[in-house]
Design a protein around this ligand. Structure first.
Ligand code: SF4
Ligand code: SF4
Length: 86
């Protein structure tokens, strides 16, 4: 299972992908993101594109291994953290 550290950075950076544009509150932050808790307010009903493991089964399982997919996602998390430090 993908290990999310719940930093909330991806939910505050959704303008990086047009797939998430319908969730944008106008500032690049998801309209379902709680800025006080840094958590998703619709976590149990969040879109498939926000569900790392479910999205793998739906879109990527024929394209790459689980390990490759997780590493791709962890790399994106690390990139967001690096950008925030700048
Ligand atoms: S950036 Fe990565 S670790 Fe942080 S909330 Fe998003 S998926 Fe989880
Ligand atoms: S729906 Fe939830 S998990 Fe998806 S981007 Fe918005 S706050 Fe993040």
């Amino acid at each position: 299972m993908f290990k999310c550290e719940k930093c909330g950075l991806c939910c505050q950076s959704i303008s990086f992908s047009e797939l998430y544009s319908h969730l944008d509150d106008g500032t690049g932050v998801c309209k379902h993101f709680d800025r006080d808790t840094s958590l998703c307010t619709i976590y149990h009903n969040r879109p498939l594109i926000c569900r790392v493991d479910d999205a793998y089964e739906a879109f990527f399982q024929d394209e790459m291994t689980t390990e490759q997919y997780y590493e791709m996602n962890y790399a994106a998390c690390r990139k967001l953290r690096r950008q925030r430090r700048v």
